[in-house]
Design a protein around this ligand. Structure first.
Ligand SMILES: [Mg+2]
Length: 213
């Protein structure tokens, strides 16, 4: 069952960063093109072979904190991941209408907290190349807690450190696995993203089957 969001019922908005507020062009290009090219040069193999090897390696860690951890990949691949990211920072950008949306949330007095699985180095790089930090009250990386958003431990830790009313909190996140994790924890209002220019949001309640699919 989809219902139209009632902003009067929401005090806190938890916001995913990559794929929700910022577009994925930078991340996709980095992991699928730029980094494999550097890997190919390092190992003197073709770009295609590098992509194939890395995709297999990435799949082993999907959904874990390692998957998001620049330190892990720097060590595992023997490559300066954070440095390589700086080559393509011109690709970092907002998704459409996001600044207007965040401005409206602030004007409405909502508390806005970014909750991201991105490593702090990635967060910092993105804040340097956008003014995203000016639009929100707080930014939390799951690396701070050593648990990804897919884990219930992340939400327990978040609630202790950034108290919120589960019934009056909205999570916007483009990861269905993360939305499911938040639903399990009891966050009442969930959405997979921002919709069109007015950003009317669709929500589900935790008592219903996941219906953001
Ligand atoms: Mg995301």
């Amino acid at each position: 069952m989809h219902i139209t969001l009632d902003w009067n019922q929401i005090d806190t908005v938890l916001l995913d960063m990559d794929g929700t507020l910022l577009d994925l062009h930078f991340d996709n290009f980095f992991w699928l093109e730029h980094m494999p090219l550097a890997y190919a040069q390092k190992h003197n193999i073709s770009h295609a072979e590098a992509k194939s090897r890395l995709v297999n390696l990435f799949d082993l860690h999907r959904g874990t904190l390692n998957w998001y951890c620049l330190d892990y990949w720097t060590d595992a691949l023997g490559m300066p991941i954070a440095e390589l990211k700086k080559d393509i920072t011109h690709k970092i950008g907002f998704r459409p209408h996001v600044q207007d949306f965040l401005t409206a949330l602030r004007a409405a007095g909502k508390r806005t907290v970014i909750v991201t699985n991105a490593h702090r180095d990635s967060v910092d790089l993105k804040l340097q190349h956008t003014n995203l930090g000016q639009y929100v009250d707080r930014i939390i990386s799951s690396h701070d807690y050593r648990e990804p958003k897919e884990s219930q431990v992340f939400w327990q830790h978040l609630l202790r450190e950034e108290p919120f009313d589960k019934q009056r909190t909205l999570l916007l996140d483009d990861s269905l696995t993360v939305l499911e994790s938040a639903r399990l924890f009891g966050i009442a209002q969930l959405s997979s993203g921002l919709v069109k220019s007015q950003l009317w949001l669709r929500t589900t309640t935790p008592s219903t089957a996941p219906s953001w699919l």
